[in-house]
Design a protein around this ligand. Structure first.
Ligand code: ATP
Ligand code: TZP
Ligand code: MG
Ligand code: MG
Length: 268
């Protein structure tokens, strides 16, 4: 079974380098979240250096939130370099389906690279599958009839692991599926909650070869930390929540984690 407590300990002990090519909205929040976890973040985008940075990282995150043609090229170069070294590559297809540029860019990364995990909301994942849905901006407005089926078929289609997040997180390779029920609605009130989760999941994957278990553990750890953050006494809205989330990623105890974790394995 996925073990968030053990994997968080491993991250703290080894401080893995996580190379992020991410969007301009969430850059600072993502770096602070990775520090709070005990990982070592680096943001590097220049075509001249991404290959060198990716090959010394524990994991690479490609996030298309504010994509440009140049960043797209850098993502491909970094991705090839990581693939050559067997370093896990995570894709966050922010806003896939909102514009053809986003959808096509995400699909090109999936075609050209060996992507270990796609982490996105329901709408984004559906738009990488053969059953696209309408998207408005980066938020999922899709009410998928069968989210689990969509996650599983997308995983099989791209031969990867899909982590579809929402009130429940569905983590699947198309055959084995975990459901994580941790989290709080407050996560939908701040920007970057999904983007940071993608980078946190990449950090978990850098210390655990079984990516399905690593990502499941990351979702439970992150959701539990967010629950604890929302319960803090001085909490009074999204501004405080964002800061408390960083604090709880750093401070949540093993005992508190153990009591909160809600991971369910689906029958095959
Ligand atoms: P969106 O842009 O639609 O907000 P996102 O990329 O930010 O998507 P989310 O699906 O919001 O990603 O997931 C980010 C985190 O928020 C995950 O840990 C997820 O479990 C949690 N989450 C999202 N919605 C809810 C909810 N209604 N209740 C509890 N937790 C939630
Ligand atoms: N616009 C482009 S990227 C971005 C916004 C608002 C951040 C999206 O962050 P998340 O984690 O998907 O909510
Ligand atoms: Mg969100
Ligand atoms: Mg997102």
């Amino acid at each position: 079974m996925p073990d968030p407590i053990l994997l968080r300990k491993k991250i703290r002990e080894t401080s893995p380098l996580i190379h992020n090519i991410t969007n301009v909205v969430v850059t600072n929040f993502t770096a602070n979240g990775l520090y709070a976890l005990g990982a070592s973040p680096v943001m590097a985008y220049a075509l001249e250096e991404v290959k060198d940075m990716a090959k010394i990282a524990g994991a690479l995150v490609l996030n298309i939130g504010t994509l440009s043609k140049q960043t797209n090229e850098a993502m491909l170069a970094a991705g090839h370099s990581a693939n050559e070294q067997g370093i896990p590559v995570f894709l966050d297809p922010v806003g896939a389906g909102a514009t053809p540029f986003r959808t096509e860019s995400a699909k090109t990364l999936l075609k050209e690279l060996n992507i270990s995990v796609i982490r996105g909301n329901a709408g984004e994942i559906a738009n990488l599958s053969s059953s696209p849905v309408a998207m408005r901006g980066v938020d999922s407005t899709a009410e998928l009839k069968d989210a689990k089926k969509t996650a599983e078929s997308t995983a099989l289609e791209w031969q990867t692991i899909v982590c579809m997040t929402g009130e429940q997180d569905i983590i699947t390779d198309g055959r084995s599926t975990f459901i994580v029920s941790n989290g709080t609605e407050m996560l939908t009130k701040i920007t970057g909650a999904g983007c940071l989760l993608t980078s946190v999941a990449a950090a978990f994957s850098s210390v655990e070869k079984n990516a399905l278990e690593a990502v499941t553990a990351a979702c439970a750890f992150y959701g539990a930390s967010a629950e604890a953050a929302a319960e803090r006494q001085s909490f009074s809205g999204p501004g405080h929540f964002q800061v408390h989330l960083l604090d709880m990623i750093d401070q949540i105890s093993d005992e508190d984690l153990q009591n909160r974790i809600q991971i369910h394995k689906e029958e095959e």
